[in-house]
Design a protein around this ligand. Structure first.
Ligand SMILES: [Zn+2]
Length: 167
């Protein structure tokens, strides 16, 4: 906690006291730079985190939903459940770090996708198909091309090689 007098970042807590209703903890701190004392009050975050859905409606944030989405996308893929838990953890922390108490479904989806992109491309495409509400085969193709960019040239080559057979 930064000292309000000298801006030093180190301090020690010299006294901790709970308010009578138990909702606030008051901490008396002493700056290790200038040795002056100041008080901080800690309270539970009262506003729950809410998710804004595509139609504008809101619902409470549930980490379980992210994990379920990941489990579905990673069905039969060589990814440890533990790694998925870690993704959920990182995403949740990032969301809680934002000042806003509301976040769009899409923003969450993008965070998860960024994580998946580095792990498993098949899972990435599957997850994207759910989060972005894919409706046509073209949607799949577009995202599949995005993830396969470095391999595209090779794919084109093999397609060309097959062409004579098709005609
Ligand atoms: Zn100080």
């Amino acid at each position: 906690m930064r000292c309000p007098f000298c801006k030093e970042n180190r301090d020690k807590v010299i006294d901790s006291r709970e308010s009578s209703d138990g909702f606030i903890i008051r901490r008396r701190r002493e700056c290790e730079g200038c040795e002056r004392r100041f008080t901080t009050r800690e309270r539970i975050e009262e506003t729950p985190l809410r998710v804004i859905k595509r139609d504008g409606s809101r619902e409470d944030f549930e980490r379980r939903k992210i994990l379920m989405g990941l489990l579905t996308a990673c069905q039969k893929r060589p990814i440890a459940t533990d790694d998925l838990e870690k993704i959920v953890q990182r995403v949740e922390e990032r969301i809680l770090d934002t000042a806003d108490r509301e976040i769009e479904t899409e923003a969450i989806g993008d965070m998860v996708m960024r994580e998946l992109a580095g792990i498993d491309k098949v899972a990435y495409v599957r997850f994207a198909s759910v989060y972005r509400n894919f409706e046509s085969p073209e949607d799949f193709e577009a995202i599949a091309q995005q993830v396969a960019k470095p391999a595209r040239r090779a794919a084109r080559k093999s397609q060309k090689a097959k062409e004579p057979e098709a005609t």
